[in-house]
Design a protein around this ligand. Structure first.
Ligand SMILES: Cc1cc2nc3c(=O)[nH]c(=O)nc-3n(C[C@H](O)[C@H](O)[C@H](O)COP(=O)(O)OP(=O)(O)OC[C@H]3O[C@@H](n4cnc5c(N)ncnc54)[C@H](O)[C@@H]3O)c2cc1C
Length: 406
């Protein structure tokens, strides 16, 4: 079948782009090899950043500055006041908190955080502090950055585009025909019935498969060196008496720990813990990270009670366009090779500007075909990935050996 755009990968980048293209009248379809959002998006902390981390590190350059507009744009979508309507996405917190440990370096960090943000952090009164931060020395500030549930964001998009999302077998069930202009045909074999096939003749192909972009570029005959991975080893903590907390402990120019909270299917509070600890934890095993993480949390949050808590870890790579020195790209990245675009949002919050930019490029290259889309009702549909705490196999207490999840 002929269509305007075939998108590979249903994380936040691919789904937001699909939405934008459909709104612009393009005949677009999205092909997903695993579960929707299963790479980084569902594993992410869901913070709608306005540039805090960039500001702390002195990186809020003009090309990174569009991140400052993101909290406002997302808020409009989350209220259903602009497309895409994300009113079915769960907001876990309306803001983040910023606090510091007692070192001089971390005091400097708090000061630095006040510059360059669209809305500066506001110091909160002692009785308005979140329970977990009651005993912190120094100021606690509130930052206008919402925290969303990434899994519910993906589910929100999936509901908007049922019928345009197809599950594929990206190894045995996928073949590209290429010309000097890029991809001319995409041949798919149905994952559960390989003798049933489907062939697309797309005007454009967009790869938004996160870390999967490297393999897809290989299949299309393009260099996979265009991508870099920056690994993280994230900590999770769960417990019935764990307080809800969303925010960053600032230490100099770094976020020492970044904590976001959710509730698991058993009603326990779950923390995802990222920041410096997750960057430095990539070289250690889960048990060591758990021990290190517990000490770090107790140092960052005075009088935190973790004796009943359980801990788990997960590893995930941030997949981005390659940069010299392997640093984080300043903003979203798009590469073009003929009719093939490869895109990485760099941050979840930048998915809207990536979609807007790519949508405008594709729209500028000829009118949409407006071809009537057939129903794909018979084709398998991808499901939404589970959040990492529901998928984790092993939970530890710091005193007892490994426990397995039910
Ligand atoms: C631990 C962690 C925390 C983060 N926290 C934040 C945060 O708080 N705020 C923020 O703004 N950003 C955050 N980020 C960054 C953010 O998560 C990513 O930039 C963003 O989710 C990337 O989205 P994506 O759609 O490009 O890729 P992904 O989310 O990785 O999605 C790729 C999709 O492609 C599919 N796929 C893979 N291979 C193929 C193939 N061959 N064919 C078809 N489909 C394929 C995958 O199954 C997946 O569904 C975080 C990242 C990590 C790792």
């Amino acid at each position: 079948m002929q269509c305007d755009v075939v998108i590979f990968g249903g994380g936040v980048a691919g789904l937001w782009l699909l939405d934008t293209l459909v709104e612009r009248g393009q005949a677009a379809v999205l092909l997903e090899a695993g579960d929707l959002g299963s790479g980084q998006t569902v594993a992410s902390q869901g913070i709608i950043h306005g540039g805090l981390k960039y500001t702390l590190q002195g990186l809020l350059t003009s090309s990174a500055a569009n991140i400052a507009e993101m909290p406002g744009l997302w808020r409009e979508c989350l209220h259903g006041r602009r497309t895409p309507d994300l009113s079915q996405t769960r907001v876990r917190s309306e803001h983040c908190h910023l606090w510091r440990t007692d070192s001089i370096a971390s005091r400097m960090g708090m000061i630095g955080a006040k510059f360059g943000l669209r809305v500066a952090p506001q110091t909160v009164a002692n009785d308005e502090r979140p329970e977990a931060l009651r005993h912190c020395p120094g100021d606690v500030a509130r930052l206008d950055e919402q925290v969303i549930s990434p899994a519910s964001l993906i589910a929100n998009f999936a509901a908007r585009h049922a019928g345009r999302l197809l599950k594929i077998d990206a190894t045995a069930g996928l073949r590209f025909e290429t010309t000097s202009q890029g991809v001319s045909r995409i041949h798919l074999a149905r994952p559960d019935e390989p003798h049933e096939t489907l062939t697309f003749e797309p005007r454009f192909v967009v790869l938004t498969a996160g870390a999967g972009n490297a393999g897809l570029r290989d299949l299309v005959g393009l260099s996979s060196q265009a991508m870099q991975r920056r690994p993280l080893h994230m900590l999770m903590v769960r417990g019935r008496s764990l307080p809800v907390l969303n925010g960053h402990c600032v230490d100099g120019s770094r976020t020492r720990v970044t904590v976001t909270s959710d509730v698991d299917s058993d009603g326990r509070t779950v923390w995802q813990v990222g920041g410096q600890i997750a960057e430095e934890g990539v070289t250690v095993d889960p048990r060591t990270l758990v021990e290190r993480g517990r000490r770090e949390l107790e140092a960052a949050i005075p009088r935190l009670e973790l004796s009943q808590a359980e801990f788990a870890t997960y590893r995930v790579d941030r997949a981005e366009a390659a940069t010299s020195g392997g640093r984080r790209p300043e903003t979203f990245q798009v590469l073009r090779d003929g009719n093939v675009f490869t895109a990485w949002p760099t941050k979840l919050v930048l998915a809207p500007v990536l979609a807007e930019s790519l949508g405008a490029t594709l729209a500028s290259e000829g009118r949409p075909s407006m071809s009537a889309f057939p129903s794909f009702a018979q084709w398998p549909v991808p499901t939404v990935a589970l959040p990492p705490w529901e998928a984790a196999a092993e939970w530890h207490t710091t005193t007892s050996p490994v426990r397995r999840a039910a």
